[in-house]
Design a protein around this ligand. Structure first.
Ligand SMILES: Cc1cc2nc3c(=O)[nH]c(=O)nc-3n(C[C@H](O)[C@H](O)[C@H](O)COP(=O)(O)O)c2cc1C
Length: 209
């Protein structure tokens, strides 16, 4: 199996809930174990941007997401925002990769300063201190110097800043195509197989000239 077997997926309150839900779906199809964290604001954004209504309590949310994605029993674990006993809260138990998608500028800032005021911030802090893989998918427009400085700081610490900005060179026809573009990029960074988007040059026909 290429890429991490266990991934922490955190959804925060930036626009782009579809990216997080689609990534969850792909990770489950690729038979990864997903440790799922979600902020209160993300739940509001999901309700605003999609047809999905997530139950509020972690256990009910876990059952809902398992059915929604067709996950095997135990494949998705949902933790509350102050569940400090959860595996992502400690270097000895945390998955080796974490993706925050979408990543709000608020959570970006908290991660950049090591705030650790909730499990999402703590889990990211653990991934940074353990020098594991952290992928952040921010969305805001325009970005202020505060946002950009936070991104630079985190990039210098080894995090991958992967903005939610789909390309158009694959001629997307639907919103799902745009979502898949970003999700495919995340999977490429994690080295998890995806067939939504060919890698650049993969279908390149060598010119005869
Ligand atoms: C519908 C909706 C869309 C939002 N879009 C964004 C956004 O694109 N980027 C962002 O950084 N914050 C956005 N926000 C604001 C964040 O949700 C807010 O700053 C919140 O405190 C983030 O908290 P969290 O980081 O704990 O999720 C949005 C809020 C709502 C309700």
């Amino acid at each position: 199996m290429s890429g991490p077997e266990r991934v922490t997926l955190a959804m925060t309150g930036a626009s782009g809930a579809q990216y997080g839900l689609r990534l969850l779906d792909c990770l489950i199809q690729e038979e990864r174990e997903v440790h799922f964290l979600i902020s209160k604001a993300a739940q509001l954004v999901i309700a605003t941007e999609t047809d999905v209504t997530l139950p509020g309590k972690p256990q009910a949310m876990q059952a809902f997401l398992s059915e929604y994605t067709g996950a095997a029993p135990g494949q998705i674990r949902v933790y509350g925002k102050e569940d400090w006993m959860a595996s992502p809260a400690s270097g000895s138990g945390a998955p080796s990769a974490m993706v925050v998608v979408p990543c709000s500028t608020g959570t970006l800032s908290a991660i950049a300063t090591g705030a650790c005021n909730n499990l999402i911030e703590r889990a990211a802090d653990v991934v940074i201190k353990e020098r594991r893989q952290l992928v952040l998918v921010p969305r805001e427009a325009p970005y202020s110097s505060i946002h950009l400085e936070n991104m630079l700081k985190l990039s210098n610490l080894g995090a991958v800043i992967l903005p939610a900005s789909p390309g158009f060179y694959h001629q997307p026809q639907t919103v799902d195509d745009l979502v898949d573009f970003v999700v495919a990029r995340i999977l490429n960074v994690l080295n998890i197989p995806q067939d939504m988007l060919p890698r650049w040059g993969e279908h390149h026909v060598v010119s005869e000239e």
